[in-house]
Design a protein around this ligand. Structure first.
Ligand code: RAM
Length: 886
């Protein structure tokens, strides 16, 4: 048997703790030295201890030998899983010859708190006056004695607000901004920490710092105290002793509290920290807490506590500034060399009481001045007051900033060096899965900018921007970028959590929100912005597009099942709010930030109505809801017909006549076979008339290059990719951008900075071209009939100025790679296909070399197609037409 089992995962995680999923899903990676290897059957054992497992006994689940080639997302089918128990599992597989593998190594996971009634503690904190705009962060503590050896100690924690845990003098865990952002009125996530190694027999001290966070601090443009006034903490420490007994330590009236050095710390307003007020050892035993007070106990929480689904927010990288200079106003300016999100670690020395201000900005106004106009009401400033004891290190606690430049002000008697400042890159720690490289440096910079945009903006929710007073989970941005995002990183759990935010925010009549968690946005929009539409075309549709994309990329059926009713209600909502299948022309965002090309809002909304319906039909098919397939296929046909009848004339001109209307009509399948070439032709003309420039906004841009490529306009797609005059992707690259800009015209040679109220330099939406780069340029795509890369489509498109492309995608089955080179008309392609998958290869030109194992399938759109199994292969062909973009 040549197959080896590697990397066991439960719910896509390595050895997770604290799961509250009743039927977790198992995945394993298979490896082999041989080509074309597949699994024909598996057997899974789940036990509550390793001894049983070693004897091949799974008292919780023995799946028996299941004839199946599934090796990802296999759903647990055993006895009910018990709260807080640790489970062990192993798997063995059979290959296609019927030979069995060895048993895998043993994997494990623990369950968390499953029943709301099992929370024993109380919510504690300080009752705050709602008038206090910037309350100090709170320190809470308790000491306890452990008198017997501990087998396992598990700490469950959460907060209404944000919290940082400490135990016996050290920070617990490496995550920031826990418990993350949800609609706290409905749902709050709890975190699980295994602290067995840090608990000691004898005295122990546990503590937490509690900040306002999204719960009570500033959120977006909507102000503060969106969910409540006073942050509260809930902890439950479960100690299991060696002797089999149990003990719980929970938050209750025995805890004490005090304020400390953090004068305030607000997501949007920065932090002020007075080091003179530090109380060293507050998180150790023996601390003198005589001036600490009794905690306030809050009423019971009415929402639901759920185990955190999405990856924790962590510091994933530290970067050093590339340049430092003294400004004419006598401050220090640092250039991080990269527009980034997080904060800086500052190392300084000086006299006690010296106040240092650290200001952050994405751009410079002039050589010595930060550009902060685009921050609106956000204050990207941290203040540090020195205690005056040697070298002091400061990092803020409950705030983050979007910046490339850092200004340090207030040092009178000491000098800073490049090493005084370190950039901390902070985001939801979604594992990296994809990489791309090409022969063109400008394109490579664009790829990097897209990635940094994702890193900077995925912070508990997919935010639009990290710097101004917004930073909201805009659903339109999320949907247009999700496919790019899911190539770059494993965003399955990040978006599973976001779908909960989406459904929490769905209106009773079915409209998905345009911001999730809604955080009062809808109300604000109606009252202040005076925009009454509860939904928005291309935004609310995220509620259907996101689950479908997760299914395509990760073979996640559960996400479809969980959200099926919500998606159906959305389509029903659209139906109920349309006339003769045409959606109204009420205020919506349109093709947001397009360039002199307004797409009529009803055209756009009707197109998206059709698209949501079409996706819903595909989902109903996957889940086997035959009646819905019939009903909603008919609805799609009606919308499609209404769209064409209402908006398209006999020459094929679609109302609005923007690039985006043709892109949407083609991508969403709204046109008949005869109409398609007309639409493609018109799209080509519009681009050419625009001097080979795009004019699309957030919505059109995502499908622009895919539509061109699918409709025989591959070279034009490459011209747009390589275009570096305004408006284009490479225009910003040419201006030195290190992230994707919100607007094509964020800064132009003619006009300088644009509209400061809406000018973020770190917005990922226009970076949705990343999807095209993976799917078309490198040519790694999914097959919706066998999603999650079970069957892989490899269809590279040599073209443009590129002489090589290298792409890797770490799929659920393992590493897929596609690399091509073009040399004097010789096109060579190297691919790697993981065990237990197959691939279809599409090759341009005349075959020069085809691997023996490849099965010829015939011609498709003028290309040779081959079927291969797992392994590494090389294909070479002669290409006559060498495309060169001038
Ligand atoms: C803005 C943001 C966001 C966008 C909405 C419509 O405030 O730019 O990205 O989705 O508007």
């Amino acid at each position: 048997m040549s197959i080896v089992i590697k990397r066991l995962r439960v719910e896509s995680l390595d050895q997770p703790i604290g799961l509250d999923t009743e039927q977790p899903r198992f995945s394993w990676l298979l490896d082999s030295e041989l080509q074309s290897q597949r699994q024909s059957a598996y057997r899974i054992l789940v036990a509550s201890n390793t001894d049983l497992l070693q004897q091949d006994i799974g008292e919780y689940w023995d799946s028996g030998e299941v004839v199946s080639d599934r090796s990802v997302q296999v759903i647990y089918q055993g006895n009910p899983l018990q709260a807080e128990l640790r489970y062990y599992w192993k798997v063995k597989v059979w290959d296609e010859t019927g030979a069995a593998s060895e048993w895998s190594s043993i994997g494990q996971w623990t369950m968390g708190i499953l029943d709301q009634n099992d929370w024993k503690g109380e919510w504690i904190g300080q009752s705050l006056d709602p008038e206090i705009e910037f309350p100090p962060s709170l320190y809470l503590r308790k000491e306890f004695v452990i008198d017997r050896p501990v087998k396992r100690a598990t700490l469950y924690g959460t907060a209404l607000g944000v919290y940082e845990l400490h135990l016996n003098g050290s920070r617990v865990g490496d995550e920031y901004f826990a418990p993350g952002w949800t609609d706290y009125a409905v749902r709050t996530q709890y975190q699980t920490f295994d602290i067995t190694a840090s608990i000691q027999v004898g005295g122990n001290a546990i503590g937490a710092i509690l900040g306002t966070g999204w719960y009570a601090g500033q959120v977006g443009m909507m102000g503060r105290e969106i969910y409540g006034t006073s942050p509260a903490l809930l902890l439950q420490l479960h100690i299991q002793f060696e002797d089999g007994s149990n003990h719980h330590i929970v938050t209750d009236e025995t805890w004490t509290m005090n304020t400390g050095p953090i004068q305030y710390s607000d997501m949007l307003k920065g932090e002020s920290y007075d080091a003179r007020k530090e109380t060293p050892d507050w998180d150790r035993t023996g601390f003198n807490e005589s001036d600490w007070q009794k905690v306030y106990r809050f009423e019971r929480y009415v929402g639901k506590l759920v185990s955190q689904i999405d990856p924790p927010i962590r510091i994933t990288e530290s970067i050093n500034p590339v340049k430092m200079w003294m400004t004419k106003q006598g401050t220090y300016l640092f250039d991080m060399g990269q527009n980034m999100v997080g904060w800086v670690k500052l190392q300084v020395q000086g006299l006690t009481g010296t106040q240092i201000t650290v200001s952050h900005a994405e751009m410079l106004q002039d050589e010595d001045t930060l550009y902060i106009e685009n921050l609106r009401r956000a204050d990207q400033k941290d203040i540090y007051i020195l205690k005056g004891e040697g070298i002091e290190t400061f990092e803020p606690h409950f705030t983050f900033h979007g910046f490339r430049y850092v200004e340090v002000e207030g040092l009178l008697d000491s000098e800073l060096t490049l090493g005084s400042v370190t950039g901390r890159v902070v985001h939801s720690d979604t594992p990296s899965t994809g990489s791309l490289e090409t022969s063109d440096d400008m394109v490579n910079r664009l790829i990097s900018n897209i990635r940094w945009g994702q890193r900077g903006n995925y912070l508990s929710v997919p935010t639009d921007c990290p710097q101004r007073d917004e930073r909201l989970g805009w659903t339109g941005d999320a949907q247009i970028f999700i496919r790019t995002a899911s190539y770059n990183m494993d965003v399955s759990r990040f978006f599973a959590k976001f779908m909960e935010d989406m459904t929490d925010g769905q209106t009773p009549d079915g409209a998905f929100p345009d911001v999730a968690p809604d955080a009062g946005w809808f109300e604000f929009k109606q009252k202040v912005v005076k925009w009454f539409a509860p939904d928005n075309a291309g935004w609310g549709d995220a509620g259907v597009i996101i689950p479908w994309t997760l299914y395509l990329m990760y073979e996640d059926r559960t996400i479809l099942e969980t959200n099926y009713d919500a998606m159906k209600r959305w389509v029903e909502y659209l139906k109920a709010n349309s006339t003769d299948r045409i959606r109204p022309d009420y205020a919506n965002y349109g093709d947001w930030l397009s360039i002199n090309a307004d797409t009529p809002k009803d055209v756009l909304a009707t197109a998206y109505f059709a698209y949501s319906t079409a996706i819903f039909v595909r989902i109903a098919k996957v889940l086997g809801y035959a009646d819905d397939v019939i009903e909603y296929s008919a609805l799609f046909e009606e919308i499609r017909t209404a769209f064409v009848r209402t908006y398209m004339d006999e020459k094929g001109i679609i109302q609005g006549d923007t690039q985006t209307v043709y892109v949407l009509a083609l991508y969403f399948g709204l046109l008949s076979e005869e109409m398609k070439p007309l639409a493609a032709k018109r799209l080509e003309e519009l681009i050419q008339q625009n001097g080979n420039h795009l004019s699309t906004g957030f919505l059109g841009v995502g499908y622009l290059l895919p539509v061109l490529t699918e409709n025989g306009l591959e070279e034009l797609a490459y011209s747009l990719l390589h275009q570096d005059t305004f408006p284009s992707w490479l225009y910003s690259v040419k201006q030195g951008a290190t992230t994707i800009w919100e607007r094509w015209d964020g800064w132009t040679e003619e006009a300088g900075f644009q509209n400061p109220g809406m000018n973020s330099f770190n917005h990922y939406s226009l970076g949705s071209v990343g999807e095209w780069m993976y799917r078309y340029m490198a040519g790694i795509d999914v097959d919706s009939e066998q999603p999650g890369f079970k069957h892989i489509v490899i269809h590279p498109r040599p073209g443009g100025k590129l002489t090589y492309v290298k792409a890797n995608v770490e799929s659920g089955y393992g590493l897929i790679s596609s690399s091509w080179q073009l040399n004097d008309g010789l096109f060579s392609l190297q691919v790697s296909i993981p065990v237990n998958t197959t691939a279809t290869i599409h090759m341009d030109g005349t075959s020069v070399r085809v691997p023996d194992e490849a099965v010829k399938m015939g011609m498709e759109n003028g290309k040779h197609t081959y079927q291969i199994g797992s392994g590494n292969y090389e294909f070479i062909s002669q290409i006559e037409k060498v495309m060169k973009v001038t």
